[in-house]
Design a protein around this ligand. Structure first.
Ligand code: GLU
Length: 282
């Protein structure tokens, strides 16, 4: 049975790009059959950047657009247990498994240190990070005795298999290959401020929620390669992948939450009809 998900991050109002991705996610679920299910998950793991009013606004905006889901918070709440901020135990359990398997290590260097040290070309893509220098990697086994991720003042990173090509097939983008150690380096799984990193949280949740296909923006293609490594480390089967093309503004730049003009909130205020937006995406 098909299980998809909608996973907004409440750091601002949703814009047209999110709306189209979520709409496609619903369309794919519907096309998969009458028993297909869609889960709403609020990705508010980063308490410093997320706001409850944006969660409420996202649910309202998506409702206005005509989206409906089978599980998770609906307009007016209550939101738990589909808010990442309430799912720490699940992430801790995954962290423990990765620690026990020797897949991750703590590193006291900050992300700014990595930024300064990296010579790799810096890509525009959101999920392109400077490569973590391999000479900074601690010995295998480092961190195995840590009782909790917060017990050491460090970022926890996943040790990637250098040189290995991670391949997957994307329903819209076709065959994809990212080489570990070249296209992405050792990536964050738990932050030094004791917050799980996106790659860990999203993988833990997609597995726990039995998601069979992930539909999201093409800015996360490279993240998919990282997440596949987490699935493998844990012995889990990854879902199918479907990355939607990004919407660009009139200057060819990706839409961002800080660009208010194409926010769903603004469009609603200005009397845009949801049906008109959707008609262009079918
Ligand atoms: N929460 C992410 C976003 O709003 C999506 C992450 C995902 O779908 O894996 O861009």
């Amino acid at each position: 049975m098909y299980r998809g998900r909608l996973a907004p991050t409440p750091t601002g109002r949703l814009h047209l790009g999110h709306a189209r991705t979520f709409w496609l996610a619903q369309a794919r679920a519907r096309a998969a059959g009458a028993d297909a299910q869609l889960v709403m998950r609020i990705e508010d793991i980063d308490a410093a950047r997320c706001k409850p009013e944006y969660t409420a606004a996202a649910l309202e905006d998506l409702h206005w657009l005509g989206l409906r889901w089978d599980e998770g918070p609906d307009v007016g709440g209550p939101y738990a247990p589909y808010e990442q901020s309430k799912r720490r135990e699940i992430y801790l359990d995954v962290w423990r498994q990765l620690r026990d398997g020797g897949f991750i290590y703590p590193c006291a260097r900050s992300r700014a240190d990595v930024q300064r040290a990296a010579q790799a070309p810096h890509s525009e893509e959101e999920d392109a990070e400077p490569l973590y220098p391999v000479e900074w990697r601690p010995a295998v086994g480092t961190g195995k005795d840590a009782e909790s991720p917060g017990a050491v003042a460090a970022n926890w990173r996943f040790r990637v298999p250098d040189g290995e090509a991670i391949k997957f097939n994307d329903a819209l983008q076709g065959p994809q290959t990212f080489v570990a150690g070249k296209d992405f380096g050792d990536f964050l799984v738990w932050r030094r401020d004791d917050v799980p990193a996106y790659e860990l949280a999203v993988t833990a949740d997609d597995h726990a929620m039995e998601i069979t296909e992930v539909v999201r923006g093409a800015d996360l293609l490279r993240s998919t390669a990282r997440q596949i490594l987490i699935y493998r480390a844990l012995g889990w089967t990854p879902p199918a992948w479907c990355h939607t093309p990004l919407l660009l503004d009139e200057n060819g730049k990706r839409l961002a939450k800080r660009n208010d003009a194409l926010s769903l909130g603004k469009m609603r205020e200005q009397g845009t009809e949801a049906g008109k937006l959707i008609a262009g995406w079918q």
